[in-house]
Design a protein around this ligand. Structure first.
Ligand code: HEC
Ligand code: HEC
Ligand code: HEC
Length: 139
């Protein structure tokens, strides 16, 4: 298979599937998938630091499907209306951060580690793989 068709197949199996799931704007900036996601729909208002979710750290430990299908995380920064009642109830982060799969929710600062007032966004990749997406370029 030549490089072109290999690339085409790669695009076919990853980006297009993702685009279908997202049902909206997908750029070809696939690396942003591995950036840290800052989640701040409610934290600042509640006097907590914004949540920083290290995507790459998790992504190398679990398949996409575990979170984005089985646990129902939507492919959108800030798109999941997560709150602590749900987390403590075992939904979203709480499916793992329960003292069994991973450390439990009492470690507030592990998740609420963002700088106050950082808006919901995909932050630059922790692996800083290739490019840093422009701030605000992603949903
Ligand atoms: C495993 C990760 C995780 C841990 C640990 C965690 N949180 Fe959260 N928390 C979240 C996420 C994700 C949100 C949603 C963030 C947002 O949209 O602003 C959230 C939201 C909140 C909110 C705002 C929404 C609400 O439910 O009122 C408060 C307040 C909060 N957390 C307090 C705490 C406190 C206090 C602790 C420690 C006892 C804690 N959190 C530990 C992940 C975590
Ligand atoms: C441990 C759980 C977990 C795994 C595994 C995981 N994700 Fe995510 N993903 C999340 C969370 C949490 C968010 C942010 C959701 C939010 O802000 O409410 C997210 C956000 C995203 C986004 C939107 C933000 C962005 O970076 O553009 C994409 C796209 C995405 N994930 C793709 C993937 C792909 C592809 C894989 C597998 C290679 C994967 N995820 C694996 C939990 C996970
Ligand atoms: C599918 C399981 C799973 C889900 C869902 C999950 N985590 Fe984790 N997370 C883990 C595991 C496993 C670790 C590693 C724990 C350890 O090292 O003891 C971890 C570690 C972390 C760390 C520490 C990273 C580091 O550098 O040590 C943070 C921060 C974190 N998770 C935040 C979150 C937040 C926020 C959410 C929800 C938005 C979430 N996690 C959802 C399994 C999960």
């Amino acid at each position: 298979m030549d490089g072109k068709s290999r690339r085409a197949r790669w695009v076919g199996t990853t980006l297009l599937a993702l685009a279908a799931l997202l049902g909206s704007s997908v750029t070809l900036d696939a690396r942003a998938e591995y950036g840290d996601v800052v989640i701040n729909n409610y934290s600042d208002q509640a006097g907590m630091r914004p949540v920083v979710f290290p995507h790459w750290f998790h992504r190398i430990r679990f398949r996409c499907k575990v979170c984005h299908a089985d646990l129902g995380f939507k492919f959108k920064a800030g798109g999941n209306e997560i709150n602590m009642v749900k987390v403590i109830d075992g939904q979203f982060c709480g499916a793992c951060h329960n003292g069994e799969v991973a450390w439990n929710v009492e470690n507030c600062n592990m998740c609420h580690s963002g700088k106050p007032n950082t808006p919901t966004q995909v932050h630059e990749s922790t692996t800083s793989s290739i490019v840093t997406p422009a701030k605000g370029a992603k949903p």
